[in-house]
Design a protein. Structure first.
Length: 321
């Protein structure tokens, strides 16, 4: 008599079920309405903040490299939240949301690709800060428009092949019934938990993706800030040190937010996986962190503050006219 697990694998392989169920926060059904409106408000504010910065950067005719990268970062954050949050809101609204296998794979692919693009952008911004602090006289020559465009293109597209390889490796695995993902989106660790067989290929692909998308950019960021720290040791003026530090503090804050959450989720032993804890941390880097980015930059970056003031003045003049 065939075993139940074998029958489940046979059903999966024969294509009997072609969708997953995102459980979301099904254990908190009594708070569903409160959570839904909280996440909706945070999502709308995040979209408005990042859209405001993106439009402000686009409308500025003379953009220094840092503003150029900041505009691209805001665009990535807009796409990042749109890939995850609408489905999570639907899951909250109905208490568990079905998602097709191709839809789940697409969501995973774009989530990983956009997260990787953000890591590469943070590395490019760290290099920009290194040139500004350590080689200020050559800044205009080194950070020319051509280099910025090439870096932006590499950051935008560099993570997509890695994300595609990881997604293919995950979805080549056989999945057991029932296909209930204890998460509010198709995150890699949550989907891997549903595999019937040991997914060594998928785990190796995840390790490779972590090295390429997390570790490599982090090492570049670390090298840039080590050079900046060495350069600041030679600055005797407190005013000079303070000015150099102020140009880096916003980028450092964003880097710590992004890498703190990503490291906790993806670079850890498999035995420490906890669905409830992962969902809380995922909420931070899919909702809170994108909301913090425009707040941090609008408060700390004088160019952004100046552009926003000009936009408000133009709006007032238009209303008076």
């Amino acid at each position: 008599m065939p075993c139940e697990g074998c029958m489940e694998r046979d059903n999966v392989s024969s294509g009997a079920t072609t969708e997953f169920i995102l459980l979301g926060f099904s254990e908190l059904l009594h708070l569903r309405v409160l959570l839904f409106f909280t996440f909706l408000i945070v999502h709308l504010v995040t979209l408005a903040g990042n859209m405001m910065i993106f439009i402000a950067v686009v409308m500025e005719p003379s953009r220094p490299p840092m503003l150029f990268f900041l505009g691209q970062l805001s665009a990535v954050e807009l796409c990042y939240t749109l890939v995850i949050v609408p489905k999570a809101l639907l899951s909250l609204a109905v208490g568990g949301s079905p998602i097709s296998m191709p839809g789940c794979a697409a969501q995973m692919h774009f989530f990983v690709a956009l997260g990787g693009a953000e890591c590469f952008l943070l590395a490019a911004m760290a290099y920009d800060r290194y040139v500004a602090v350590c080689q200020p006289l050559r800044y205009a020559a080194l950070m020319g428009e051509g280099l910025c465009l090439r870096l932006a293109l590499a950051c935008a597209l560099g993570a997509f092949p890695v994300a595609l390889g990881l997604t293919v490796a995950v979805f080549r695995l056989p999945f057991c019934q029932p296909r209930r993902i204890d998460h509010f989106f198709c995150d890699v660790p949550a989907v891997l938990r549903l595999a019937c067989a040991q997914g060594y290929a998928a785990e190796l692909a995840l390790l490779a993706a972590c090295v390429l998308l997390l570790l490599l950019p982090f090492l570049l960021i670390l090298a840039s800030y080590l050079c900046i720290a060495v350069a600041l040791l030679g600055v005797t003026s407190p005013v000079g040190r303070g000015k150099a530090f102020s140009t880096c503090i916003s980028h450092l804050a964003i880097t710590l937010l992004h890498y703190g959450c990503a490291t906790f989720i993806y670079i850890r032993p498999k035995s420490s996986y906890s669905p409830a804890r992962d969902k809380v941390v995922s909420l931070v880097y899919t909702n809170v962190t994108p909301l913090m980015y425009p707040l941090i930059y609008s408060l700390r970056n004088k160019e952004i503050r100046g552009i926003l003031r000009k936009m408000l003045r133009r709006k007032k003049i238009g209303e008076l006219g």
